[in-house]
Design a protein around this ligand. Structure first.
Ligand code: SAH
Length: 250
């Protein structure tokens, strides 16, 4: 199956939320709302106790289009058809051999993934079975109090959906992804740092005889800022304009 099968052009359209064995229809409705508000739309239900249901629609609070398009399956495997990476959510910190990721760590990888991804949520009382978790390549655990670990199902979906939203918003703009405006190269950053220091010296802010921490801090700042080529060009242009004005004033 091709990638992003459910997506069209939607930015998080490659992410499907899978609820397994949900008992309370209200949680299905609240999940639809939690998804829609963060820009997710693909909801898959595996053997829900009651669906469709007026209580689900009421709790969806306007996200009933997501309920109307929800795919209902008998088995988890059907809900995962066409998906490359499956994340299982668990109220427990470790699942058998591998540590669970936080929603933030997982969301960064999911938002950047070009293929379809599923995030699977378990039953209100008992979560996912070990067999269901074994079907997941990765586990997500929402950090909680050590003595009270279990969130309401729809609230767990909300936290994961919010992190996906943040990760998506932090993602590179189209011009960067398409290579029209690449990140500034190391040599560009070095040129910017040297040029900034030269202008700082010219205006009397920086004394190369007493460098202190300024040089390193500036380097750290430019490295951390993740400047694009175009942004580094703006700063270089600004520095050049200062130099020009100073030479005219002399
Ligand atoms: N007693 C169950 C809790 C189920 S809560 C258990 O031990 O697993 C219902 C569902 O909400 C879980 O299956 C999971 O999908 C989600 N959930 C609840 N708390 C969570 C947490 N701290 N981290 C990740 N998912 C959680």
């Amino acid at each position: 199956m091709s990638s992003n099968t459910e997506s069209g052009a939607a930015p998080l359209g490659h992410v499907r939320i899978v609820l397994v064995g949900t008992t309370h229809p209200g949680n299905i409705g609240a999940t639809a709302r939690a998804m829609k508000v963060m820009g997710l739309s693909a909801l898959h239900l595996v053997a829900p106790a009651r669906f469709p249901c007026a209580e689900a629609t009421a709790r969806a609070a306007g996200a009933d289009d997501i309920l109307a398009r929800a795919n209902v399956h008998t088995h988890l495997e059907e809900a995962l058809s066409g998906v490359r990476t499956v994340y299982g959510t668990t109220a427990r910190e470790r699942h058998i051999d591998w540590p669970a990721q936080s929603p933030r760590e997982a969301a960064a990888a999911i938002a950047a993934d070009g293929e379809d991804v599923a995030i699977v949520f378990g039953r209100e009382r008992s979560g996912l079975t070990n067999e269901e978790l074994d079907r997941c390549q990765r586990a997500i655990h929402i950090p909680t109090s050590a003595t009270f670990r279990s969130l309401n199902l729809a609230q767990a979906v909300q936290i994961c959906a919010y992190e996906l939203r943040l990760a998506h918003a932090a993602g590179a703009p189209a011009a960067v992804r398409e290579g029209r405006d690449p990140p500034a190269a190391a040599a560009e950053l070095e040129g910017l740092r040297a040029h900034t220091l030269a202008v700082m010296e010219a205006v009397g802010y920086y004394d190369p005889a007493q460098p202190k921490l300024l040089e390193r801090r500036l380097q750290r700042l430019f490295n951390r800022a993740g400047l694009l080529h175009s942004e580094s060009q703006i700063l270089r242009g600004f520095l050049a304009a200062i130099e020009q004005r100073m030479s005219r004033d002399d």
